[in-house]
Design a binder for this molecule. Structure first.
Ligand code: ZN
Length: 304
């Protein structure tokens, strides 16, 4: 543990507003891999929350090595996985629609950061976009190559991209995983064309499901999720990096998936069914209050 302690990132100040008043908020368990407990702190000034003492980039890989981390697999076992794959199909369709709707042109240069196994990029390629993916997992890159003949880049590539060259940048549930939050936001602004758009999907810590499950909320996902945003937190960060909001869209299906995982973490009887039912209730409540959706998609452009 002593060796591990040297590789922990301790935040002294809030990365969104710079305040040094970080107060204990929740103690969350890594249910996926190690069962270690991590503290989530909340900024007294702006309300942003972060995972305190998370493992640094060079030490975090083991925390992703879980058979249950299904976003990188194609297994169809169990109700959670089956629904996940069905949801992924529906999500792919709505993601590509979203790009087509908000982009200033019908095709162009698209960068997907955290491109995973390449399904979204492949779909955009079929729609005539010139696509580039960045993915830190070697196995996910190999999968994208084998399945779609897609060459995705390593993380460092983000800093090799020339300025103002991308029409669309997408990050689907990725920013909350990245250690260098402010640097990445700056980088997005640099590489985006002046009329480009950034589409960023994030879990919503102000969601109905987060309020209900508290420390069991699966989208805290410590220590893989480092940053925990509400809509106002993220808009504060975006504004700081010279972005303005075009639109916010709810990701309705996430309430089901996150509720099922949260029930599993709680050790509930018939966790999947229980999660589906409660997810359904959260989904219905979200219809009347979209900003309390389990996850939100922010569509941003550069401030003019
Ligand atoms: Zn703050």
């Amino acid at each position: 543990m002593d060796d591990k302690a040297q590789h922990r990132i301790h935040s002294q100040v809030c990365p969104v507003c710079g305040s040094s008043s970080l107060l204990p908020f929740l103690s969350c368990t890594d249910y996926l891999t190690t069962k270690e407990v991590f503290e989530i702190c909340k900024c007294k000034q702006c309300g942003f929350a972060l995972t305190q003492d998370f493992p640094s980039e060079d030490m975090i890989a083991p925390y992703y090595e879980a058979p249950a981390y299904i976003s990188h697999t194609d297994t169809h076992k169990g109700i959670v996985n089956s629904l996940y794959h069905l949801a992924r199909k529906m999500a792919l369709k709505s993601k590509s629609k979203l790009v087509t709707h908000y982009a200033s042109q019908k095709s162009g240069m698209l960068l997907d950061i955290g491109s995973g196994t390449g399904y979204f990029l492949n779909r955009m390629k079929q729609l005539k976009w010139i696509v580039t993916g960045i993915e830190k997992s070697e196995s996910a890159r190999a999968y994208a190559k084998q399945k779609f003949n897609m060459d995705c880049q390593k993380s460092e590539y983000l800093y090799d991209i020339p300025a103002k060259t991308k029409d669309v940048i997408t990050m689907w549930h990725v920013l909350e995983h990245l250690e260098h939050l402010n640097e990445v936001m700056d980088r997005l602004h640099t590489i985006l064309k002046d009329d480009g758009i950034a589409i960023i999907a994030l879990p919503n810590k102000d969601s109905f499901d987060a309020a209900y499950y508290k420390e069991f909320w699966a989208a805290y996902d410590v220590p893989r999720h480092l940053w925990h945003f509400s809509p106002s937190d993220f808009l504060h960060l975006a504004d700081k990096h010279n972005f303005q909001l075009i639109d916010i869209k709810p990701m309705y299906l996430d309430a089901f998936y996150i509720s099922m995982l949260s029930e599993q973490s709680k050790g509930s009887f018939m966790a999947s069914i229980c999660g589906l039912v409660k997810g359904g209730i959260f989904f219905l409540r979200t219809l009347a209050n979209k900003k309390r959706s389990s996850s939100l998609i922010y569509i941003l452009k550069k401030k003019q």
